[in-house]
Design a protein around this ligand. Structure first.
Ligand code: NAD
Length: 297
């Protein structure tokens, strides 16, 4: 079997186009321009790349982008004060604090200080609770991107067996909630799971969110299963160059799986597209407008 490639690059392009069309309507018919504020503390090189890319794509879909780059030694109090200002700023509809934060800042306190209605990352405790109880919330961008790709590929996910590898608050746990809400039977596995391979082998859907290069092997995958690879791992080749790989061994897994997301070009581009979609949704909700229908087909 040769797996179908689920092309996140193409899919995210369609999603961004839809967001951009909605933004246009908001501007022309309602005189509203959605605004996204991104806060970066410190000099982490990967975070700088992500923030730049977020800012660029925010502007490309016609939204306002506000970037706040704070020094590594910014105090928690100063960061909280900035978030309070953004919470009451009517031009800002979405707030994202780039993680990880420096060690002296409590990330939970910071995330929970964001107005839940502007929490476009969906990490605020209120949004986590709303998602867990199947209520309208802001949904974390990476799992949302995975879900959109899965639904686009399969249609209904009802009754499917899903195994998630990884239990982080950012990916694994919200992914499990989303799939549960879609009536999948969900198993969450993690670093202490005893029979990981056996569990994965039962799955119709595998979501790998571990952060270990090419850990998932072809022999773990049930023939025909759908494999969503969230991992982003930088590995060094023998010639000294680096390349990005996922948590699954792409070439061998794609001979067994029915469908697979590549790395790069799979989940990654969907994450930013979903951030823009969430900002649009937050903006519409603020003005009492209906949530835009932004699932591309
Ligand atoms: P994390 O470190 O917070 O969590 C990793 C999880 O993997 C943990 O729950 C841990 O229990 C589990 N784990 C570790 N070793 C394991 C093992 N041997 N067997 C089974 N489970 C194991 O990481 P995260 O933030 O959830 O990110 C996971 C990966 O996804 C990383 O590579 C990260 O870079 C990537 N990521 C990608 C995007 C994107 O947009 N594509 C977004 C977020 C994260």
């Amino acid at each position: 079997m040769v797996a179908q490639i689920i092309d996140g690059k193409l899919f995210s392009k369609k999603l961004r186009k839809q967001v951009s069309e909605h933004v246009n309507v908001l501007k022309t018919e309602n005189n509203i321009t959605p605004g996204l504020a991104v806060v970066l503390v410190g000099e982490d090189p990967a975070s700088q790349v992500y923030v730049r890319s977020k800012g660029k794509q925010t502007i490309e879909v016609g939204m306002n982008s506000y970037e706040y780059k704070l020094s590594e030694d910014t105090t928690e109090a100063d960061l909280l004060e900035l978030i309070n200002r953004l919470n009451v700023n009517n031009d800002v509809h979405g707030i994202l604090v780039q993680l990880p934060l420096p060690g002296h800042i409590n990330a939970d306190v910071v995330i929970n200080s964001i107005d839940p209605e502007k929490d476009v990352d969906g990490f605020h405790i209120s949004n986590v609770g709303l998602l867990a109880t199947g209520q309208k919330s802001m949904v974390p961008c990476t799992p949302l991107g995975c879900l959109l790709m899965l639904k686009n590929f399969h249609g209904s996910l009802t009754g499917m067996d899903a195994v998630i590898i990884g239990r982080s608050n950012i990916v694994g746990k919200p992914m499990a909630q989303l799939l549960l809400n879609e009536s999948c039977t969900v198993t969450i596995t993690h670093s202490r799971t005893k029979q990981l391979e056996e569990a994965v082998r039962c799955a119709d859907i595998v979501v790998a969110a571990v952060g270990r290069a090419e850990m998932v092997k072809a022999s773990w995958i049930k023939p025909g299963a759908t494999l969503i690879d969230v991992g982003i791992n930088r590995v060094k080749a023998s010639d000294g160059s680096t390349r990005l790989v996922g948590d699954a061994e792409f070439s061998s897994c794609s001979e067994v799986a029915g469908a697979i997301t590549p790395v790069p070009g799979g989940v990654g581009p969907m994450t930013i597209a979903c951030l823009l979609a969430n900002t649009l949704v937050a903006c519409c909700r603020k003005y009492g407008l209906e949530d835009p229908d932004i699932i591309p087909n």
